[in-house]
Design a binder for this molecule. Sequence first.
Ligand SMILES: Cc1cc2nc3c(=O)[nH]c(=O)nc-3n(C[C@H](O)[C@H](O)[C@H](O)COP(=O)(O)OP(=O)(O)OC[C@H]3O[C@@H](n4cnc5c(N)ncnc54)[C@H](O)[C@@H]3O)c2cc1C
Length: 318
Amino acid sequence: MDKINNLINKNLGDICLKEPLSKHSSWRIGGPADVLIEPYTIEQILEIIQYANLMKIPTMVIGNGTNLLFSDEGFRGIIIKMGKNFSKYTIRGKKACAEAGIWTPKFAKILSDSGLSGLEHTIGIPGTLGGLIFMNGGSGGKCIGNVVKKVWAIDKNYDLISLSQKECDFSYRKSVFQDSDYIICKIELECEFGEKERIKSEMRKILDNRKNKFPLNYPNCGSVFLSNPIVNDIFAPPGKLIEEAGLKGYQIGGAQISEKHANFIVNLGNATAKDVISIFQYIRKVVYQRYGLCLESEVRYVGELGSLRSLHEVGKIE
Ligand SMILES: Cc1cc2nc3c(=O)[nH]c(=O)nc-3n(C[C@H](O)[C@H](O)[C@H](O)COP(=O)(O)OP(=O)(O)OC[C@H]3O[C@@H](n4cnc5c(N)ncnc54)[C@H](O)[C@@H]3O)c2cc1C
């Protein structure tokens, strides 16, 4: 407890103790974190991780928690949340620079107001820019990596380094950040000039389309399974496979395979992480039995003691 009290007395950002992680997850699931800190500066982030490493306290960096399933037991360590405190930006010509905590849809709107094109496809993705870079997320066949010029990150030696687009090693929903301990701090994007009205109308179309397709009235984590499986040489979206297997509406505890879009698991109100993992494993088992296909997940599970794994690595297909 002394270790934690020492932290409170430092100026490291906004600090909460025993913070329910359900408040920081779009699934609204997760037990308490011992400590959650929202830093304002790179210096504060450095101080937090140096202190935590010295004291052997587990740490975990999160953005908006829209791609994470937290354990029901919470997290025995420090969650570093990169959010609104860490979201300054600048725009010069076609170059747009932002801190990792900026909310992606907000940044996409800011760019469109400046007549800059490149982030239209991210308008409905409810995470931070740092989280989007980590996941190389995107929609409509596009990925954020395509417009990245440079990323500044803290490495394991506590140095702030810069990585070029090539060094970020982006591919479908993958980036170098997933296999490293980098903390993404700042991102430079190279956009294109475009006509404001065209950019805005494209974004409106995307949002309308998503509202029609996705079950946005229940807490969820977006698409649960990666959209790249191939069955008999044909691209097969996981939502279609799960629907064909008759699983829409299937429920375990408070978790349900959405009636609206089968690649979404929704929280009907009181779902636990255990419910989500059980229903996830059930889907994988049924799809494997029917198609011989092992679906993989975009969503990551944060264990109580700090492990971070893709959801499909948590349970095995029996
Ligand atoms: C309704 C809904 C719709 C969605 N639609 C899409 C979609 O169309 N396309 C898509 O790609 N995704 C989609 N998602 C998933 C999710 O929003 C994205 O992956 C998003 O980019 C994650 O950002 P985040 O800030 O929430 O990251 P988090 O979920 O908080 O974190 C995700 C991962 O990134 C790491 N991370 C976050 N910030 C940093 C940082 N600064 N430094 C180092 N590591 C970091 C975390 O450790 C974690 O492993 C959707 C989610 C929801 C709920």
